[in-house]
Design a binder for this molecule. Structure first.
Ligand code: ADP
Ligand code: ZN
Ligand code: ZN
Length: 687
């Protein structure tokens, strides 16, 4: 296209590659002045890309030879100034370009459509028929603690400077009912409501509950929509448009929904706010929870963070008064929390060579429950049949040729599969090293546990739910339904089944091998384990009409560990206190602020050299730079992964340091040809 001098100059946020150094919005020529937030298509290099006209003064002049805007999505109202502020903040905070972030969080289909096609989509939205009239919902009478929490949130809704609310309530204490009432109040005030959940799997369940409650109040088509990555791209665009146009009043979604355009947003709810899934693990590594808090603060609207085991960051904010703590201490209907039994593995008679995850007492307990017609859940956070195959003759183990990890034995399809790079082979019939035919699985995954349970308890209906059993569409729904319908006696699974599901029939939960996380080098591992076990326990005894108390069984070699002792008393408060004391004395988050620089290269030396050179570029002496170390799984798919930690006592100090450092790293990378990729992770979750 010829470069012409057009009358107007517009700034456009567009996804320019990082190495180009074109970080901010770029200037383009335009026939007319375009409002900021307008979606456009612009040329970049040889391609044409989606862009957003960005607020702020263009630096270019009309007489300069700027490339012209290629197309304007005129039928779509511009994105709001608040949306642009959110993106500016997030891009700055997580050290990405605003164009890259915008392109990553806008519905992918926008990139493919022409302005005419988008206009057609918008017309189609208007033709959606309203839903059939729904009956007025039956609302339960709030428990006193719930009523107090709702009153506090309602007060925040009309406050000029609302504080984030931390809704701390055990599982089954009625947090969701509080969300529903808070949402109702915001909707009644004419505002939009955003509800975030950690897992796609949990959106249908929550959507059903919100739809049931609000179908009568919101009869219009697309008044309640969900936003997550499992939608088809057409659905995602449709729902995003509904939110952007203000037709969707209630938006339920996973972390990406924090970036939804919501012109009348009046309340944000973050359910299970402690969940690691809120942190994006590639590209812009944002925390949707933290951005929700920022967005709410920016808009002066309330945000409710709900959890039975809040993140220690949020808990600390409640301690210092930055957040308002709302506590639901009792389960609805007075249902007791499961009794926790710490089963001491040391008390078992030593049985040489026998792996004992399925101990005789545990089997007896499961059997007794089975005979009483009760449902049980056995939790093991490791999928596959066995973590490794082993040859007793030559000590060969099923390592992955491309990673520093074992390949996991999957018995059902007789494969050895690497869970890091995906490398898969048929199981060899003999040891590939010495030819011995007697190679055996070591250790245990959910698949083996399922098999052993079925063997030990003949007639029991055992079902396994994990990432392997739910690969195909619809499988998870079908399996969950079987559990709800009582067609399953023993449910075996990974953390996938511990989250949020409202199983009414489960009376007994067993964690068979949870100790590993106690001694992890990752300082957040205990926090995650505690949350996981509390959550797993929360699956039991949800139906308060049961007479006998539900039970949670934890098999451990470390019964006296403070974590288990707190767990046995359901004492999150005490656990949080000991953890926060430890973090304070070790100067770990939330008492310091971290960023991680990761580098990937074909060789360890190349990755390390880049990190060492990067460390030398850190100017501020208040920033502590740790020596480079290998990633926990150092090599994946023949790529070596190293990382280096930056620490500051002040968040602003870290941010200022990163602002200078990251552009220098882009330049540095050009001198380090061996480095394949690098990335900065601000507030990293796993270290
Ligand atoms: P949480 O989200 O804290 O796990 P839920 O909101 O799912 O708890 O509540 C647990 C159960 O109690 C649900 O079945 C819910 O319908 C019910 N429930 C919640 N609040 C009340 C109430 N005030 N009266 C009666 N039942 C309630
Ligand atoms: Zn061998
Ligand atoms: Zn591998």
């Amino acid at each position: 296209m010829p470069e012409t001098a057009l009358p107007a100059v517009v700034r456009v946020a567009v996804d320019a590659p990082q190495h180009s150094g074109l970080n901010g919005p770029l200037d383009y020529a335009s026939e007319q002045v375009l409002a900021s937030g307008t979606l456009v298509r612009v040329p970049l290099g040889k391609r044409e890309m989606l862009g957003v006209v960005w607020p702020g003064q263009a630096v270019g002049q009309p007489e300069m030879a700027l490339r012209p805007v290629a197309a304007v999505f005129g039928a779509l109202p511009p994105l709001g100034a608040d949306w642009c502020r959110l993106l500016d903040f997030a891009a700055g905070y997580y050290q990405r370009s605003v164009g890259e972030l915008a392109s990553a969080v806008l519905p992918p289909q926008l990139r493919e459509l022409s302005p005419d096609q988008l206009a057609a989509r918008l017309r189609k939205l208007d033709k959606k028929p309203a839903k059939a009239a729904a009956a007025a919902p039956v609302k339960p009478l709030l428990a006193p603690e719930q009523a107090e929490a709702v009153a506090r949130i309602e007060a925040q809704l009309i406050s000029a400077a609302p504080k984030p609310a931390l809704l701390f309530g055990v599982t089954g204490s009625g947090k969701t009912e509080v969300y529903l009432r808070a949402a109702e109040a915001a909707l009644a005030a004419g505002r939009q409501v955003l509800v975030l959940v950690p897992e796609i799997n949990l959106t249908p369940q929550l959507e059903a509950r919100f739809t049931e409650r609000f179908a009568a109040l919101l009869p219009e088509a697309l008044a309640i929509v969900s936003l997550h990555s499992a939608l088809t791209s057409a659905q995602r665009l449709q729902n995003w448009l509904a939110a952007h146009l203000g037709r969707a009043r209630l938006v339920l979604g996973t972390r990406l929904a924090v970036f939804a355009s919501l012109p009348e947003l009046g309340l944000i709810v973050v359910d299970e706010e402690h969940d690691p899934s809120y942190k994006q693990q590639d590209g812009a590594r944002y925390s949707a929870r933290d951005l929700a808090v920022w967005r709410a603060h920016d808009l002066k609207v309330p945000v409710v963070l709900g959890s039975a085991t809040p993140s220690l960051e949020s808990w600390q904010h409640a301690d210092t008064g930055r957040y308002e703590r709302l506590t639901l201490a009792a389960r609805i209907g007075g249902g007791a929390l499961p009794r926790v039994r710490l089963f001491d593995m040391k008390a078992l008679p030593p049985t040489a060579g026998v792996t004992t995850a399925l101990t005789a007492p545990l089997l007896a307990e499961l059997k007794a429950r089975l005979d009483r017609g009760e449902q049980s859940l056995v939790f093991l956070n490791r999928r596959g049949y066995a973590p490794v195959l082993h040859c007793g003759e030559c000590q060969w183990k099923s390592d992955c040729p491309h990673c520093s990890a074992w390949r996991v034995f999957h018995k059902r399809d007789r494969t050895l599969r690497c869970h890091h790079c995906g490398f898969t082979e048929r199981v060899p019939s003999a040891c590939p090293n010495c030819g011995n035919h007697d190679i055996a699985p070591l250790g245990r995954g959910t698949e083996r546990l399922e098999e052993q349970l079925a063997e030990a308890l003949p007639g029991a209906r055992v079902l396994r739910i994990d990432a392997d059993s739910t690969r195909r569409k619809g499988e998870l729904e079908a399996q969950l339904k079987a559990v709800h319908d009582g067609d399953v006696d023993i449910l075996v699974g990974t953390q996938m089944i511990t989250k949020g599901h409202d199983f009414r029939r489960i009376r007994f939960v067993a964690a068979v091998n949870p100790d590993g996380a106690l001694f992890s080098s990752d300082f957040r591992a205990p926090e995650r384990l505690f949350a996981l076990l509390m959550q797993a326990g929360g699956r039991a005894g949800r139906d308060a009409s049961d007479e006998s108390p539900a039970e949670m069984w934890v098999q451990t070699w470390h019964r006296e560990h403070a974590l288990y002792q707190a767990l046995a008393r359901h004492d999150y408060v005490r656990f949080a206190k000991t953890q926060l004391d430890e973090r304070r004395s070790a100067s770990l988050p939330p008492f310091s602020h971290l960023a991680l620089l990761r580098a990937e290269a074909r060789t360890v030396e190349a990755a390390k050299a880049f990190l060492v050179a990067a460390a030398a570029l850190v100017q501020d002496e208040q920033l502590l730079v740790y020596p480079p170390v290998p990633h926990a799984v150092a090599r994946v798919a023949d790529v070596e992964r190293m990382q280096m930690l930056l620490e500051a006592t002040q968040r602003a100090r870290l941010q200022a340091g990163l602002r200078d450092w990251v552009p220098a790293l882009i330049a540095l990378k050009r001198e380090h040809k061996g480095v394949l990729r690098w990335a900065v992770d601000v507030d990293p979750l796993a270290i």
